[in-house]
Design a protein around this ligand. Sequence first.
Ligand SMILES: *Cc1c(COP(=O)(O)O)cnc(C)c1O
Length: 371
Amino acid sequence: MAEHMAQIPFLDLRAAYLAIQPEIDAAVQRVMASGWYIQGPEVEAFENAYAAYCGAAHCVGVANGLDALILSLRALNIGPGDEVIVPSHTFVATWLAVSAVGATPIPVEPNAQTYNVDPALVVAAITPRTRGIIAVHLYGQPADLDPLLEIAEAYKLALIEDAAQAHGATYKGRRVGAHGDVVCWSFYPGKNLGALGDGGAITTNREDIAEKVRVLGNYGSSKKYVNDEQGTNSRLDPIQAAILAAKLEHLDDWTKRRRDIAGRYSDALQGVITPVVPNWAEPVWHLYVIQHPKRDVLMAKLADEGISTLIHYPIAPHRQKAYAELAYAPGAFPLAERLADDMLSLPIGPQMPEAHVERVIETVNRVAPTL
Ligand SMILES: *Cc1c(COP(=O)(O)O)cnc(C)c1O
């Protein structure tokens, strides 16, 4: 790396804190001084604000995004012997949730343009054991929900949305958050709405599911020391809830900046494949992912010039050792495998300085076409 060039981080979480430090500090102080450290008014206030933001009737805070998925599947009574259709190309947590309840993840290849699950292939994967479909709004771009809702209705399946990367994204003009039976959120620090620690939630219009997730996440108890279910402890921390409520006020501004950067990239980048956005989708650009057949060389050259990039994700879930039991051979899901080889995520974030955007564009355009 040349001396004069500052490192361009992939995402600057400290800058995100400093941007609204007085608000976050005040939120944390308020909780500390309140004497109320589990559940209570701060969690309730955030749940109400986030439900309203998503256009959902209910929001229930949980400990993290993976728990949001697991508790949703449990609330839908999905378990051993059941099959759940999942994308072959996703973060492994989508699959882990299915395995955690004892059900089997059934992978389906994505649409090669949008990277989200292909509804036509979903139908082909349905068997008498299928109980649900998990649609992932990958990289912040909503999956094609209308055909998935039709399939779910026709085959009596639950539609679960993994929206961990899609806070504020819209599908046909309406925010993601209540299209399917239940929508699962992560507030992991690097997500578009991120806590300063772990956090998660579900949103839904179904009162039965909201109630069941709340009970399951609180030891299976709706009344203290009375246990109706073998639940677990998975609750949103009040300090994180207060921080998230403060951050939610800024989410749309931050999304706008992400959209500006994505627009600049898509207009200017050369020698790489840039993302395709269907006309019904308004993505929130959790990640800006390009493809290049010599991805590893490109990544190394960008690193030499001080530009940090990441791969989402380098190994498809069916090729992970964790899923050796499913015995999928190499090539079983060729599109997911190719994407794992070719994809590269460029720096993007609400606090990314303009000069960094320009340098990423200039460097990619100088390097990528020559590889
Ligand atoms: C981050 C993420 C999760 C898991 O969320 P955690 O809060 O880290 O448990 C699940 N699915 C997707 C698509 C994610 O990006």
